[in-house]
Design a protein around this ligand. Structure first.
Ligand code: IVH
Length: 720
């Protein structure tokens, strides 16, 4: 009866199959299944797991998007500090480093180096612990943090497809790995995923991320694992540790073992015998930059032998046994043809350089940011000048310098910063101590337009169908504006308006404020150009649906300065309702800042911005209006912080990763209590190695016993 499999066996088989195909796809880049074939297998597993919820385990491929992180991330110490690297900017500095390395080691010893690409992302530490059937499973992912203490971003890390959630006993054996170990490496956002993410944000009137590294860093610290899963982060492994020490005697064998056990290791890494070979490696690597599909900013050179590394040791914050060779930024020279002025949501006016098209590192560049009036003065640039333009990992190229020998050629004209808003013609103002000029007219059509686009954006209120063209129609403006930077700049993207192109109200506006959106009627929409019944009904349904987006989204949508996705979530979780937040912010200054700064990660600057927002009558009116229109102004119930409410834990023995203090802190922050002695009332005994009499007592009293993995699972999923 070969087919008589139990559901458990069938589930196991499907998981193995999916893991194998994920590995082929994400690590080997050599898929054997099409996406839809893969989906079929995944759906079969999902269905079986739905029928047998008791068989769902945290390391199942269906669980990549699992529990939500709480309001903020728990801080955790690293097993060994995550250091940074010293840099070399040219061959001379590199050779000097090589000399220092060889001088510090006995002259009889050969020194081998491993060269790796320097991936422009952020480093992560992944901790694995013993799973079932001799496997290892992902227990925790930590950001670098300050190097000593990182943030627990496990729920987000789990969504990264090239991070194995579990590694079979067979793979561990083949790679020579124990069941518990730590892997360190770099998270990157591939360029294609970065472009896609910014296109979506730009289309929705949201601020674009400046470069893939910032986008990756922001994504890994987002409080919604669903968003992280959509963004397609990638992870490249480069270190393997056990109890804070390198596990293997060489960096080259480490990379090999990581590869064998199923991690993605960058294919360009190479072991080399001399500094001359390293110099050659670097020369060969630089032109790769435009072909890789992810950003690199140099080459990391590491002494291969761990024993030599140990003898070389560290200086301050960096090891002596490794160095980062940094590439120069990619640059080109072109002519500044004009300067356009862009008005953003907050009224900030940004000068944008219109350039004669120039190709830099394979991309045609026609726009660059000039940031603000001070920057123009600093550069001393005029229209008609030749300028050097640099493109880092940034979307928006910048002008770095005026080319001296071609400076102020005949006919070059001074850039005049406007005194009036190029859109509504009201005088521009400058807040003391700030460099930006702003249009302070709350009803400036450019600002209202940007406010509405931001409100409707994906990731904010998510109103499908309320894009550029529709917003322009609703405001009675011409839709043929735009054409600014390739993507928005900072938190204040906006439309570019030239002398001729100021948006004129071509028709009577249908709406004036965000609140008006929720008063729109079918007839209003049917009166617009190219809007049929289907479009009108779909948009109305979307607007209606957005009412339940919840407090965090509303806060984000209001566009309070410095309140981005994450801060909005933290504020919503902390205060629970708009009323509570407004109440806190509207007290006298000292009390308001105290109440606001009690929120994780909110400092004086953010607190002040929130207080200022609620001090403006128009903003308070808007908030009241939205509440009376039926928008949800409360946060989702806080589940995760009280999952262990009413439970008592006893810790005994040494846990493989968590110190006793950290375990206690995590139990308590989830609402549980930690006690020193076992009784019948104890909910769980958490037992590690060399657990003593407490474990015996638990067994005799029939108290449930957990290992570290069981505790972490409980913390993540809750007890219910
Ligand atoms: S080794 C102590 N290897 O560069 C050793 N780092 O500037 C430090 N990075 O914080 C890490 N690619 O985020 C190493 N192949 C690579 C890397 C790499 C990128 C990053 C990493 C580190 C930073 C130091």
């Amino acid at each position: 009866m070969a087919n008589a499999q139990t559901p458990e066996q069938k589930i196991q088989e499907l998981r193995d199959e999916i893991r194998h195909h994920e590995y082929l796809y994400y690590v080997e880049d050599a898929p054997e299944l099409t996406d839809s074939q893969y989906d079929v297998v995944m759906n079969r597993l999902k269905k079986l797991e739905a029928e047998h919820p008791e068989l769902v385990t945290a390391d199942s491929p269906t669980q990549r998007v699992g529990g939500k992180p709480k309001d903020g991330f728990v801080k955790m110490p690293h097993s060994r500090p995550m250091l940074s690297l010293d840099n070399a900017y040219n061959e001379e500095e590199l050779r000097a480093w090589d000399q220092r390395v060889r001088d510090a080691l006995p002259s009889t010893e050969a020194v081998r180096y491993v060269c790796e690409l320097k991936l422009d992302g952020l480093s992560l530490a992944l901790q694995y612990g013993a799973g079932s059937h001799g496997s290892a499973h992902l227990e925790r992912g930590l950001t670098r943090g300050d190097g000593s203490i990182g943030e627990d971003v496990t729920s987000n890390v789990r969504t990264i497809r090239s991070v194995p959630l579990s590694i079979s006993a067979a793979k561990l054996k083949a790679a020579g790995l124990p069941q518990s170990f730590e892997v360190r490496g770099e998270v990157v956002l591939p360029q294609a995923a970065f472009v896609k993410m910014n296109e979506e944000r730009e289309a929705a009137g949201l601020a674009a991320a400046a470069n893939p590294r910032n986008a990756a860093a922001g994504t890994i610290r987002t409080l919604e694992p669903n968003i992280v899963a959509q963004r397609r982060l990638d992870f490249y492994a480069y270190f393997l540790l056990k109890d804070g020490e390198f596990l293997l005697p060489q960096q080259s064998t480490t990379l090999e073992a990581l590869r064998t056990s199923g991690f993605r290791v960058n294919k360009y890494a190479k072991a080399l015998k001399s500094i001359d070979e390293v110099v050659k490696f670097i020369a060969d690597a630089e032109p790769l930059r435009d072909t890789l599909g992810y950003e690199i900013d140099g080459v990391v050179i590491k002494v291969d032998a761990t024993a030599q590394q140990r003898r070389l040791g560290f200086t301050g914050k960096a090891p002596r046994w490794a160095i980062a060779y940094k590439f120069a930024a990619r640059a080109g020279i072109t002519r500044l043809e004009d300067v356009l002025f862009q008005v953003g949501r907050t009224g900030k006016v940004t000068p944008v350089a219109a350039l004669a098209a120039v190709s830099i590192g394979g991309t045609t560049v026609t726009r660059a940011t000039l940031h603000n009036a001070d920057e123009i003065a600093r550069l001393g640039v005029r229209i008609g000048d030749f300028v050097q333009v640099e493109r880092g990992g940034d979307v928006i190229p910048k002008i770095v310098v005026v080319v001296e020998d071609k400076k102020h050629a005949r006919g070059a004209t001074e850039i005049v910063f406007p005194e009036l808003c190029p859109v509504c013609r009201s005088p521009l103002m400058k807040i003391e101590g700030e460099v930006d000029w702003r249009c302070v007219n709350n009803s400036c059509p450019a600002r209202v337009r940007e406010e509405l686009l931001h409100w409707a954006a994906r990731g904010v209120m998510n109103i499908e169908g309320l894009g550029d063209a529709m917003v322009a129609q609703l405001l009675g403006q011409s839709a043929e504006l735009g054409g600014g930077l390739e993507a928005g700049s900072g938190d204040d993207a906006g439309q570019v308006v030239t002398e001729e192109g100021a948006p004129v109200a071509t028709r009577k506006p249908v709406i004036h404020t965000i609140g008006d959106l929720y008063r729109l009627k079918r007839e209003d929409l049917l009166g617009l150009e190219r809007v049929g019944e289907k479009t009108a009904d779909a948009l109305l349904a979307e607007i209606e649906r957005s009412k339940t987006a919840g407090l965090a989204r509303v806060l984000l949508g209001l566009g309070i300065r410095f309140v981005g996705e994450r801060t909005a979530q933290l504020l919503a979780a902390h205060f629970g309702s708009m009323e509570a937040l407004e109440g806190a912010a509207s007290q006298e200054a000292e009390k308001a800042s105290e109440a606001l700064e009690a929120v994780t990660e909110v400092g004086p600057k953010v607190a002040q911005a929130i207080a200022e927002f609620f001090a403006v009558e128009k903003n308070k009116d808007l908030v009241r209006d939205l509440a009376s229109l039926g928008l949800t102004m409360t946060a989702e119930k806080r589940v995760t912080t009280s999952t262990l409410e009413g439970m008592t834990f006893v810790l005994t023995g040494t846990l493989p990763n968590l110190t006793r203090e950290v375990a206690k802190e995590r139990i308590e922050s989830a609402g549980g209590r930690v006690s020193g002695s076992v009784s019948k009332k104890t909910s769980y005994v958490v037992a590690g190695e060399e657990a003593g009499s407490k474990l015996d007592k638990a067994t005799s009293l029939g108290v449930k016993v957990l290992d570290e993995a069981g505790l972490l699972e409980l913390l993540e999923k809750g007890a219910a």
